[in-house]
Design a protein around this ligand. Structure first.
Ligand SMILES: [Zn+2]
Length: 167
């Protein structure tokens, strides 16, 4: 963030309390930098977890993840989940309870907070599309190389909870 999003003035760096922050000398306000919100959908079928492979052009292309995406400005988190699941897997889901929430620190310049929901599939036919180029249901033993460490944590928890088959 180099310029003020409100007035376009070049931002300065200034100590605000004990934190060095971007600061707009025109608006006389600090510019807070916050993590993005992301949402992921846990779909289980007979003890197997649905994963997608990240397509060429995506970050971490070729690695696998629990289907996920960012929430658009003005979009409800559950609506974002339904949209992302539809786009990447062709499945229409109904979000159930939040399974877990974690901060993602793996990308220093794209910090985010991820919210993993358990999902029921209500319609659709499974196929990879959009940001994904393959889809697969896996047991714990079959999990391929993953893009995100927090997906590893979720997968371990699913196995510990008896929701994901180990082999
Ligand atoms: Zn400004």
């Amino acid at each position: 963030m180099n310029y003020c999003d409100a007035c376009g003035t070049r931002l300065l760096q200034r100590m605000c309390g004990e934190t060095l922050r971007a600061y707009c000398p025109q608006c006389r306000t600090p510019k807070y930098r916050n993590p993005m919100a992301a949402v992921a959908g846990i779909v289980l079928q007979e003890g197997r977890l649905l994963l997608v492979r990240r397509a060429a052009g995506q970050t971490y292309a070729g690695k696998w993840c629990i289907p996920c995406g960012h929430i658009e400005w003005g979009e409800d988190i559950r609506a974002a989940l339904v949209r992302e699941m539809q786009e990447e897997t062709g499945l229409t889901v109904r979000p159930q309870r939040v399974y877990n929430v974690y901060s993602n620190f793996h990308a220093a310049h794209a910090l985010s907070v991820g919210c993993w929901f358990l999902c029921d599939v209500v319609a659709g036919r499974l196929h990879a599309a959009d940001d994904a180029d393959d889809v697969r249901y896996v047991t714990r033993a079959e999990v391929p190389a993953l893009a995100f460490p927090t997906d590893e944590w979720i997968i371990d928890e699913l196995a510990a909870d008896g929701l994901l088959r180990r082999g």
